[in-house]
Design a protein around this ligand. Structure first.
Ligand code: XMP
Length: 527
């Protein structure tokens, strides 16, 4: 399968020293309106030069610069004349490479720390309050700045908490400006981009759309294209973007596997189509999927069946479309995928090697399909994808959607999946979603699985009679990337409303319980 890469913009390169911070820094740079890419610390100065960076940011990392095997950087990179900002570990790497000293004084700083700006703060801290709260996480510290560098900030235990050289355009901070807990963090990043690197804010959704449309047209020519829609944000936006480029050369396929949430099919068939004009085929495959799932309780087996049936269904449609195209002398050559930048980086794609994890949001497409891929979102973060979706006129209910697993409600019923159980869960889920939205919590909550414990029953009382119903679990979580998560502290009165409504309106449910486990040790989904 071919891949599609690149943008005309020259990037700010964020060097990844192996912690999870690099992606967050790359996002913050883009939030400041400047295009950025993540590269591994093993990149050579020559490879870096090929990418023609307009700025370089060295990220934080988990190691001590002195530790054996600590990640290093080709020191020739410091001589490239590209403006550079070192952060935390990256700050220490920079200090050491340029002749400063880094040591372990035994004083560690973790969490919120008071920093004092020295003098006028230079190009990166200028104009900020002299005393500010910053987020620290380090054992080692820069003890002496390299020659020719001004010390720009200090803390009670770290004499050199920030430094810079206007002549060399090299700057660094010991703290993490990319995390929100650093009061003026985003301002540090913006100051670096504007004052040191001289970059203006010209990376935005409109530019991305225009550039991608041109690129897609070039790639596709007159061929026909298929896109699998899952109802999720990524496939909705990638499909709309490709449609904006090649209009009815594209056919979108939406598989209703019977495991969708209430109103989801209508949203795609009616609202999405109305707003984008995409030619959509819905395949009604609920009977097939549910037939194969009969009697199956094991979560892994459920996933396998759903994945397999998805492929079968999709292949059938694909054959029809290929024949239809042939009849009119055309060819179906391309498949749209909603791969995002974090998938590309995490699978090594950020290293410039083409090792792409196929992240199939819809439950797994066959790897041997004879298609070239169109991946118009592969350089984008989720929030950028949403922004582009809005620009393309996709309804907010779809663009603002929280993540929802490809296997759908199938993995939110603990026990066998039946039509009746799906109906129960669909009602409970719709009530919980509506109440959370009404309470204005959609931005606070990353996602809120609503789970039916179909194999559990307990005694309750309703009216004059005893009931023997199922529990529903609410699993609201807050997260940045779904890798880790914490349970969201939803206000009690909102929880009370959800519980009342579910137990009143869904007769088979007589208890609503709240999951108060973080991830790890829990996962987000129950299954
Ligand atoms: P867990 O439960 O592993 O989930 O903490 C992490 C994130 O992944 C989503 N998820 C899936 N997404 N297909 C998907 O497209 C799947 O099979 C799948 N399983 C879990 C989950 O909703 C959460 O956002």
């Amino acid at each position: 399968m071919a891949e599609q890469t690149g943008t005309a913009q020259r990037p700010v390169l964020v060097v990844d020293f192996g912690a999870q911070y690099a992606q967050l820094i790359a996002r913050r740079v883009r939030e400041a309106g400047v295009y950025s890419e993540v590269v591994p610390h093993t990149i050579s100065a020559a490879e870096m030069a090929e990418k023609q960076p307009v700025g370089i940011v060295l990220s934080g990392g988990p190691s001590s610069v002195y530790a054996e095997g600590a990640p290093e950087l080709d020191t020739a990179i410091f001589d490239m004349g590209v403006p550079m900002l070192g952060i935390c570990y990256g700050f220490q790497v920079m200090a050491r490479a340029l002749g400063g000293t880094v040591g372990n004084t035994g004083d560690r700083e973790y969490g919120a720390t008071e920093a004092t700006v020295t003098g006028d703060g230079g190009a990166i801290l200028g104009g900020q309050p002299a005393e500010q709260s910053v987020w620290m996480s380090h054992g080692d510290a820069v003890q002496q700045a390299p020659e020719g560098f001004d010390v720009l900030a200090s803390t009670s235990v770290t004499p050199v908490a920030a430094f810079g050289s206007p002549a060399k355009k090299l700057y660094g901070v010991q703290w993490h400006p990319e995390v929100k807990n650093s009061e003026y963090g985003q301002n540090v990043i913006e100051n670096f981009l504007r004052n040191v690197a001289g970059l203006s804010a010209d990376w935005n959704a409109g530019n991305v759309i225009a550039e991608q449309i041109e690129r897609i047209r070039e790639q596709v020519g007159n061929a026909r294209v298929i896109s699998a829609m899952s109802g999720g944000v990524d496939s909705a936006v990638s499909t709309a973007l490709v449609h904006a480029a090649i209009s009815d050369q594209l056919t979108a396929v939406f598989v209703d596997h019977g495991l969708l949430r209430k109103g989801e099919r209508e949203q795609v068939e009616r609202d999405y189509v109305a707003s984008t004009g995409v030619r959509l085929i819905t395949v009604d495959a609920a009977d097939t999927f549910l037939g194969h799932l009969e009697g199956v309780s094991d979560p892994e087996t459920k996933r396998k069946i759903i994945g397999r049936e998805f492929i079968r269904t999709f292949e059938k449609v694909q054959l029809d479309l290929v024949e239809e195209a042939r009849a009119s002398g055309e060819e179906v050559k391309f498949l749209v995928q909603g791969t995002l930048y974090p998938d590309v980086v995490e699978s090594g794609g950020g290293s410039g090697t083409a090792n792409i994890k196929s992240h199939h949001n819809v439950g797994g497409l066959p790897d041997d399909l004879d298609f070239e891929l169109i991946e118009p979102l592969r350089l984008l973060f989720k929030d950028e994808v949403r922004e582009i979706g809005r620009e393309l006129g996709i309804p907010e209910e779809i663009v603002g959607r929280q993540p929802f697993p490809g296997p759908g409600l199938g993995i939110r019923i603990v026990g066998e999946i039946t039509r009746e159980r799906l109906d129960i869960l669909r009602e409970a889920d719709a009530i919980a979603r509506a109440e959370l939205t009404a309470a204005g919590l959609d931005q606070t909550i990353w996602q809120c699985p609503v789970v039916l414990l179909a194999d559990v029953r307990s005694v309750g009382v309703q009216g004059d009679g005893r009931t023997y119903g199922h529990p529903i679990v609410l699993r609201p979580v807050s997260s940045e990337d779904a890798m880790t998560a914490d349970w969201t502290r939803v206000p009690y009165d909102v929880l009370a409303r959800i519980s009342n409504k579910i137990t009143n309106q869904v007769p088979e449910v007589n208890r609503v319980v709240l999951d108060v486990t973080s991830k790890p040790p829990g996962t987000i989904e129950w299954e």
